[in-house]
Design a protein around this ligand. Structure first.
Ligand code: TRP
Ligand code: ZN
Length: 510
C-alpha cells in the first residue's frame, strides 16, 4: 500500500468542470489530384474552393433514396448518418507541420443497410478534390458539416461500397463553428494533436461522426523525416524516401470516431511491457520534463489491476502521447491516450486507462448514456485508490465527493442518466454522481455481484455499443435483484440518494 495523504479529487473536480496498412500510397498522387500546386511551407495556404468545375457545375442527379441525415441520437439529431455501417477507415495524409496543411485521402469501407442513392458523411470545411465510389467518379454536395455523396449506382441493403475522398486544407481552421466546441485537429506550432469529443474527427477526415458506428482504422501518414507520427494501434512499418517518412499504423478493434488520434512532432518513444507482455509505448514530446513523464510510471500496474477487475485488456497496445504544450484535458483515444504537459495528475492517468474498457471497447449507442463512460472511468480511479492507498483513503474520497455533491445537488438541472447536451461532460452531474452511483451499487448488491456485473458487461459488449438499460439488466440478472428503483433514484432523479451503508445522508449536507 502506498502513502498518500492529500486528496487529488477536488483539484480534479475544479479542473474537469472547465471542460465542457493497406497499399503503399504514392503521396505525390495525392497532390496530383489537386488542380493547384502544393503550397510553400512559408506561405499561407489558399483555401479556395477546389471543386472540379466540369462535374460540379452540372445539376445534381435525381436522388429518390437519400440516406438519413443523422443516426437517431436524441441529443444531436444531425450527428452521424444512417443507411450504412462503416467497417473500416484508411486515412492517408501528407502533413506539412510548419504550414499546418494536409493533403488527404480517406478510403471508407462500408455496408449499406438500406436502398441508397446517396449517403451522408461529416467533413468540416476541408476542400474536396475527388470523390470515388468503388473506383468510379461520384458527385457530392455540402451543407455545413454534412457531405452528401451521390452513388453512381443505387446500393441495396448488404452491398459493400468503398468511398474514397481526396481532400486538402488546414484542418479545423474555424473550429468555433464546430458543434459542441469540440476541437479535433490541434496545431500548436511545433506539433499536432488530435482530440475531439463528442465531435472533432470531421476536422481532419470524412467520417460517420457518431460513436454508434464503430469501425477499425489504418493510417499512412507522411511527414518530413525530422518528425515522428503516432496513431492508434500498432506501427506496421515506416518507409523513408527523399527526406520524408511514411508511418503505417493500424488498429484492429472497432472504435468510435472521437477515439481516433494522430500525433505529429518530435517525440521520445519509451517502450515497456504490461500484463501478459502487452506492448506499452509512450510518446513524450521532446520538451516534456522528467517529472511529467514520471506521472505515467504506474501504467503497467494499473492495467494489471484493472484486468483482474474488468477482464482482459481489450486492445493490442496501450500508451500515452504527452504533447509538449499545455492542454487542459486528457482524452482516452484508443491505445494512445492524449495528454498535454499540464494535465497529468494520477486521477487523469488512471481514468484514461479505465476508459479502454468503459467507452472504448464497450461503446456508446447514444450520447445521453455518457455516464457509462465517465461515471465508470471516475469510479475506476476510486478502485485504484482502494488498491494503492487502502479502503479508508478511498472511502474518504467518496465521502468528500458525496458531501460536495449534496451541497450543489439543488442547483443541478439535469440528471446523470439524462444530462442533456450542455452537461454531457459536467463533472458533478456525470462524472462524480455516475461514479458514486457505482459505489452505491456495490454496497447495495455486494462485491461479488458488483464485480461480476462489470465483467459480464465488458465481456458481452466488447467491440459494440451498450445503453444504460443493458447495464441495468446485467446488474439485475447477476444480483438476482430488482434494481429499478435504485437506478431510477441515482440516474434519473435530481435528488441525491442517501448511501446509508456509509452513513451518508444528503439532507445532512444541504
Ligand atoms: N472524455 C474525456 C475524459 O474524461 C473528457 C473530454 C470530453 C474531452 N470532451 C473532450 C477531452 C474533448 C478532450 C477533448 O477523459
Ligand atoms: Zn473520462
Amino acid at each position: 500500500m502506498r502513502a498518500k495523504t492529500k486528496l487529488a479529487l477536488l483539484t480534479t473536480l475544479t479542473l474537469l468542470t472547465g471542460l465542457a496498412c493497406n497499399t503503399v500510397t504514392n503521396m505525390m498522387a495525392l497532390r496530383d489530384q489537386a488542380d493547384q500546386p502544393a503550397p510553400q511551407t512559408t506561405a499561407t495556404p489558399s483555401r479556395e474552393t477546389g471543386r472540379t468545375p466540369s462535374l460540379e457545375d452540372q445539376p445534381l442527379p435525381p436522388n429518390p433514396n437519400p440516406g438519413p441525415v443523422g443516426l437517431g441520437d436524441v441529443y444531436f439529431e444531425e450527428l452521424g448518418n444512417g443507411g450504412y455501417d462503416v467497417q473500416h477507415y484508411h486515412i492517408v495524409l501528407e502533413v506539412d507541420l510548419p504550414a499546418n496543411y494536409v493533403y488527404g485521402r480517406t478510403d471508407i469501407d462500408l455496408v449499406a443497410t438500406q436502398t441508397l442513392t446517396s449517403l451522408n458523411l461529416e467533413l468540416f470545411e476541408l476542400q474536396i478534390d475527388q470523390v470515388l465510389v468503388n473506383g468510379q467518379a461520384a458527385r457530392h454536395s455540402r451543407l455545413g458539416i454534412e457531405l452528401t455523396v451521390y452513388l453512381p449506382q443505387t446500393a441495396h441493403a448488404g452491398d459493400a461500397l468503398q468511398i474514397s475522398i481526396a481532400y486538402r486544407g488546414v484542418p479545423g481552421e474555424s473550429r468555433e463553428a464546430l458543434p459542441q466546441h469540440s476541437q479535433g485537429w490541434i496545431h500548436y506550432g511545433h506539433g499536432i494533436a488530435v482530440a475531439g469529443e463528442p465531435t472533432g474527427a470531421s476536422t481532419w477526415y470524412p467520417v460517420n461522426e457518431h460513436p454508434a458506428d464503430m469501425a477499425t482504422y489504418s493510417f499512412s501518414i507522411t511527414v518530413d523525416t525530422r518528425y515522428t507520427v503516432a496513431a492508434n494501434g500498432l506501427l506496421q512499418e515506416t518507409e523513408r524516401t527523399n527526406g520524408r517518412t511514411t508511418y503505417h499504423w493500424a488498429l484492429n478493434q472497432p472504435i468510435a470516431p472521437y477515439l481516433v488520434t494522430l500525433a505529429v512532432g518530435e517525440f521520445d518513444i519509451v517502450e515497456s511491457r504490461g500484463p501478459g507482455g502487452l506492448l506499452i509505448r509512450d510518446y513524450f514530446g521532446r520538451g516534456v520534463p522528467a517529472e511529467v513523464r514520471a506521472d505515467f510510471d504506474d501504467t503497467a500496474e494499473v492495467l494489471a489491476y484493472f484486468e483482474t477487475l474488468f477482464g482482459p485488456y481489450p486492445f493490442d497496445a496501450y500508451g500515452v502521447v504527452v504533447h509538449d504544450t499545455s492542454l487542459n484535458f486528457a482524452l482516452e483515444t484508443a491505445t494512445l491516450s492524449v495528454f498535454g504537459r499540464t494535465f497529468t495528475d494520477e486521477f487523469a492517468v488512471v481514468h484514461e486507462i479505465a476508459h479502454h474498457w468503459f467507452g472504448n471497447s464497450v461503446g456508446l449507442e447514444q450520447w445521453q448514456d455518457i455516464w457509462l463512460n465517465e461515471g465508470f472511468a471516475t469510479y475506476s480511479s476510486d478502485l485504484w485508490n482502494e488498491y494503492a492507498y487502502g479502503r479508508e483513503f478511498m472511502e474518504q474520497g467518496i465521502s468528500e465527493l458525496y458531501q460536495s455533491l449534496a451541497g450543489i445537488a439543488p442547483f443541478l438541472e439535469t440528471t446523470t442518466g439524462d444530462p442533456g447536451p450542455q452537461a454531457l461532460f459536467d463533472f458533478a452531474t456525470v462524472y462524480a454522481r455516475g461514479g458514486l452511483a457505482l459505489h452505491a451499487l456495490r454496497l447495495e448488491i455486494g462485491d461479488e455481484a458488483f464485480f461480476n456485473t462489470l465483467q459480464v458487461y465488458t465481456a458481452n459488449f466488447a467491440g459494440r455499443t451498450a445503453r444504460t438499460a443493458d447495464f441495468i439488466e446485467i446488474a439485475e440478472e447477476v444480483s438476482g435483484r430488482d434494481l429499478g428503483d435504485f437506478f431510477d433514484a441515482w440516474l434519473f432523479q435530481l435528488e441525491l440518494p442517501d448511501i446509508p451503508q456509509m452513513g451518508l445522508y444528503a439532507e445532512d449536507y444541504q
